[in-house]
Design a protein around this ligand. Structure first.
Ligand code: KG4
Ligand code: ZN
Length: 349
């Protein structure tokens, strides 16, 4: 019997041990997750410092770094989990979205591992993985809930109706919020990764520069975003001041930008909470690690009596545990792939 036939016959266990692999960007991450919510191990080997000198992720460097790190990360994850290869019931892997070359390393490795162990291969959407990090943060969490998805590639307000049905209430029409942080960081002369550095600088600044409010006369969904205009406004502000020879307080620019970028996320999430009547709010994606966002959300949720599910910073940014959490849900549905599985640079939200 070939692996292709196996896909139809694999037995689904109630509390599977899933080895999850994530290589969509610059982190080679491998985790072992039991029963969907228990993290047995969670390893990350990052190539971020190799990209820093170029001011952003260089896809070829990321792919090479994944190739070099994937065996070590997997060995470490298995050892730290206290399991052996034969304990693995399924292999989950990010199939997209992300950098194609980087994804291919994870997908190829996962295929080989699943094939050699004769266990199911479970393809996972990186975006759904981010949302599933909420299940690791709160072991009792059950849908429905509203989720702020705020990463380097995506920005959306999602109505998580049940474990599988996610309604996108609104999303960005252009740049993602994390991308805006990264681009503004560059203009401010801050190094990669931009988001955390903008946050650090903003801590010393005042929110006293008025940047334009996005989508003022826009007729689409009230939950849509546009970060391109905000980013351009910051760039124009910097250039105009430079041309006039005015001194720029970069910390004030960082703080004012951060407030403009984050406040709209919070406002739209709470508009969704009001409209849907949902009383739980989760945060996902790298920008969820932003301290200002986290503090503002805590205050607002307390005031409006909304339960806040805030994954720790490690589980907001890219990691493999979240891929294991979503992989578990797909495993239960028998969403298994055969060895023709390919990586996808873009996946539908
Ligand atoms: O989710 P993630 O790790 O990768 C993607 O799937 O994109 O998100 C990375 C993004 C980057 O744009 C990074 O600048 C941003 O998240 N980010 C932050 C912070 N930490 C990471 N943005 C603002 N404040 C932070 N503390
Ligand atoms: Zn991500």
């Amino acid at each position: 019997m070939s692996y292709k036939d196996d896909v139809k016959t694999f037995r689904v266990k109630e509390t599977p041990v899933i080895l999850a692999i994530e290589t969509s960007c610059d982190e080679t991450a491998v985790a072992v997750i039991k029963g969907g919510r228990e993290i047995l191990s969670d390893e990350i080997i990052s190539s971020a410092t190799q990209h820093a000198v170029y001011g952003g992720v260089v896809p070829e460097i990321a792919s090479r770094a994944h190739t070099e790190a994937i065996c070590t990360a997997t060995d470490n994850a298995i050892r730290a989990a206290g399991i052996t290869l034969s304990d693995i019931d399924a292999v989950a892997v990010t199939k997209g979205a992300g950098l194609l070359g980087a994804l291919l390393v994870g997908v190829s490795f996962a295929k080989a591992l699943a094939f050699s162990l004769d266990v199911p291969l479970v393809p996972v959407s990186h975006i759904r993985g981010h949302i599933a990090a909420a299940y690791l943060a709160d072991k009792e969490l059950e849908p429905p809930f509203i989720c702020i998805l705020a990463s380097g590639g995506h920005t959306a307000i999602v109505n998580v109706k049940n474990y599988y049905d996610h309604e996108i209430l609104g999303q960005t029409l252009d740049d993602a919020v994390g991308e805006a942080f990264d681009k503004v960081a560059r203009v401010l002369g801050l190094s990669y990764p931009g988001g955390p550095n903008v946050e650090k600088l903003a801590a010393q600044g005042k929110n006293d520069i008025v940047f334009p409010h996005m989508l003022k006369n826009y007729k689409g969904s009230a939950y849509d975003f546009s970060y391109s205009g905000l980013k351009t406004a910051v760039i124009n502000y910097m250039h105009t001041a430079e041309q006039k020879g005015e001194e720029i307080n970069k910390a004030d620019v960082a703080k004012s930008f951060q407030c403009a970028a984050i406040d709209v996320l919070i406002d739209k999430a709470f508009a969704a909470i009001k409209e849907t009547g949902c009383k739980t709010l989760a945060v996902s994606g790298g920008v969820g690690a932003n301290g200002y966002l986290r503090e503002e959300l805590k205050k607002r949720c307390e005031k409006e009596k909304v339960k806040l599910v805030l994954p720790s910073k490690r589980y907001c940014t890219d990691n493999a545990a979240m891929i294991g959490a979503e992989g578990y849900l797909q495993y239960l549905k028998r969403n298994f792939a055969d060895l023709t599985l390919n990586a996808e640079a873009v996946v539908k939200l």
